[in-house]
Design a protein around this ligand. Sequence first.
Ligand code: FDA
Length: 497
Amino acid sequence: ASGEHVPVLVIGTGYGGSVAALRLAQAGVDVHMIEMGMAWDTPGSDGKIFCSTLNPDQRSYWLRTKTKQPLNYFLGFPIDRDISRYTGILDAEEFSGITVYQGRGVGGGSLVNGGMAVTPKRENFSFVLPSVNPDEMYDTYYPRANAGLGVGLIDSAWFESASAYQYSRVGRKHAGRSGFPWGFVPNVYDWDYMKQEQAGTATKSALAGEILYGNNYGKKSLQKTYIAQAKATGRVTISPLHRVTSVAPAAGGGYTVSIDQLNTNGDVTNVKTVLADRVFFAAGSVGTSKLLVKLKATGVLPLLNDEVGKGWGDNGNVMCGRANWLWDPTGSLQSTIPCSGIDNWTAGGAFAEVAPLPVGIETFASFYLSITKNPNRAQFSWNAATGKVDLNWQTAWKQPGIDMAKTIFDKINAKEGTIYRTDLFGVYKIWGDHLTYHPLGGAVLNKATDNYGRLAGYPGLYVIDGSLIPGNTSVNPFVTITALAERNIEKIIATDL
Ligand code: FDA
């Protein structure tokens, strides 16, 4: 309620925010979480909470009147469709040179992501988080994060027979024939449930095209793990459809947090202020960076240092498809949950997930999301004329990532005598280079904050999400975001409370 005084306010309910809320509550602290998206706990008129990628409705996109599908063409035709404006689950946030996809709702990115739960190779860790001691991460915090998230591996014997993973087996064959290491990638999906979907004994979710707009069954999103545990402490309150707009030092100590309450059209229906002793920024790389850059530039938090807004990267994301010969079908039934990847990080700077193309028909296509060592970093800045925060990423900055991905797929194409698909991102366009799923950085650890996420200049303000990570994790990011949050909150509870 407006005028309330809370010990801890957490902005956002993704990985960083959920870890902070659970551990603070377990330490006996009352926590209030503010989430701009919906609760996603009530079925719609079709009896389901989430809609499928095969039939997107208003639940799919955050405040759009037309879908903005990451794979926006098929057989050279645009496939986006009209929807009604609604506080849907996936935000395709457009900056001048890149579209950044993010989850909106209680659970943040865990609602919409592929669930791939990958711990970086230890030899790459100094590149991922140079100021963090790898021993403590690999001995304590990565295991803690993997346990908390419910990470598991596919049954390798079952994999060989599952028709829904034919596309992965083709991916393995082609990687192997070109001499690239291929391996299983852990996931938070319930693999026993997946087996039942394939056997036809459970309602299908991953096998019914559910992913980008939420999974109704099977996926262990944060709602089922960290957030469920946090709620069970009785100390955590969550306010969905509330968006933080300002955090300002209060005269008597603590911080005044300004909050807009939204309706499902995205209109502001109420404005509230809350006094908080401590505030954790967990609005994601983009959300946290936008707030901090604005608050510094507009003189609300002038003591924030000049690193705020810097060091943003796309985790080197690029997508592409390959056209297979007729003897290499990838299957008309494809699980939306990927289970394998091709590793050419050391030699070529690319780690490629063998991704599904779950369109319900045989496409003879192999599809990949590559994470590359693209060195380009962008910066957020306040635009006083528009009253918005800009990001200076340019589309051409994807080129190093494309070149790295090509170290894998040019070789596979040469070996197989195949070509790239040119019909998935436009007309005669090979590379999906207009987007990222993995925004990272903007309030980098040990630069914008100290080595545990404390913001320079303001005791009681913390950053605890993907904005701490300097732009790249060498693999999919959420396990690292979770593990870093576990490390930082343990230190903060021990020393600051
Ligand atoms: P996260 O973005 O999860 O949470 C931030 C929350 O804050 C959101 O719920 C947002 O609505 C809220 N918020 C923002 N501003 C606010 C404000 N002003 N007031 C109130 N609330 C606010 N990663 C991975 O490891 N494996 C994978 O398979 C995938 N796949 C994947 C697919 C797709 C389609 C996407 C979009 C992303 C992925 N990811 C992924 C990325 C992963 O989901 C992402 O890195 C994490 O969710 C980031 O976690 P954070 O805690 O930083 O923020």
